[in-house]
Write a protein that binds this ligand. Structure first.
Ligand code: OGA
Ligand code: MN
Length: 298
């Protein structure tokens, strides 16, 4: 059965039906999904209840999967397989996390615009998020199209930011919401990594911004100037015209391309269970290497 791809927004995001993601897929079908992703950057697959094993098997068709770094924290008790990120308000005993649980900081951090794993040398390519349980009062995730945002920049701004490299760190985005309780070894492991601000999206050949809450400063720029430039670019990129809002139903699987979008969780009723499971496909190389800009950070 051929896939049906229906646009959900004037510039990006589509709904994909006519497929069962719990079953092994042919190379042709996987290529069709990649083609839809290259065009739309966010694909919503409604009514795809998956087990973690099925989600891992499907996600692995797009490349190697990341494992969560939180597992390195002393005393960390995994709730899920380490290839599956616990995007929920549940602890390892399936109870709603205590208000002062350190994992809440990372949950709340997802409410700031970001792209996944830009704080890792080689960041994420795709994220696949599966809705297992959602609050009765609803829950949403928003996405911003950074290729369209790049296209809409004035020519002068495009020239100004070409070749710039930002330093990204998880410590920085968490500090923005007042969470600084990191161990010395975590500070070392989470040292800032370089990422280009403008990249070419490999699947479409289009130029795109590459931004996140994790971006801390810009190599070679005075810090206040770098911060203001990052704030301005974030403001520009998240204007309503570039944003698609997904309202979750149980069984939805949403795939997004972290190379050319940002996303953020929206506020929800945290007294109710919200349980989503994420698998994350790694990109192939650091963005500076893909852009041939290693010398900027040497
Ligand atoms: C994520 C994420 C947003 C949400 O899974 O990477 O940022 O709405 N999720 O849970
Ligand atoms: Mn995320």
């Amino acid at each position: 059965m051929p896939l049906t791809v229906k646009p959900l927004h004037p510039i990006f995001a589509a709904e994909v039906t006519g497929i069962d993601l719990s079953r092994p897929l042919s190379e042709v079908t996987v290529a069709e999904i990649v083609a839809a992703m290259d065009l739309y950057a966010v694909c919503v697959f409604p009514n795809q209840p998956l087990t973690d094993e099925q989600q891992i098997a499907f996600s692995s068709r797009f490349g190697p999967l990341e494992t969560t770094r939180k597992a390195n924290r002393p005393g960390f008790k995994p709730r899920l397989d380490l290839r599956v990120s616990n995007i929920s308000n549940l602890d390892e005993n399936d109870r709603i996390m205590a208000r002062d649980d350190w994992r809440r900081a990372s949950d709340l951090g997802n409410r700031m615009w970001h792209t996944d794993s830009s704080f890792k040398g080689t960041p994420a390519k795709y994220s696949l998020l599966s809705a297992r349980t959602i609050p009765a009062s609803g829950t949403e995730t928003q996405f911003a199209d950074l290729r369209a945002a790049y296209d809409a920049l004035p020519e002068k701004k495009k020239q100004e930011i070409e070749g710039l490299v930002a330093m990204h760190s998880m410590l920085h985005s968490r500090a923005k919401i007042g969470y600084t309780d990191f161990l010395p070894e975590e500070r070392e492991r989470e040292a800032p990594v370089p990422q280009v601000i403008v990249r070419t999206h490999p699947g479409s050949g289009r130029k795109t911004l590459y931004l996140a809450s994790h971006a801390r400063d810009i190599v070679g720029l005075p810090l206040p100037e770098a911060c203001i430039l990052l704030y301005d670019l974030m403001d520009h990129a998240t204007q309503p015209r570039f944003v698609f809002t997904h309202r979750w139903s149980v069984g939805d699987l949403v795939i997004w391309d972290n190379r050319c979008t940002m996303h953020r969780a929206r506020e929800y009723d945290m007294t109710q269970v919200r349980d989503l499971h994420r698998t994350t496909v790694s990109d192939v190389a650091p963005t500076v290497e893909q852009a041939g800009l290693q010398s900027r950070v040497a």
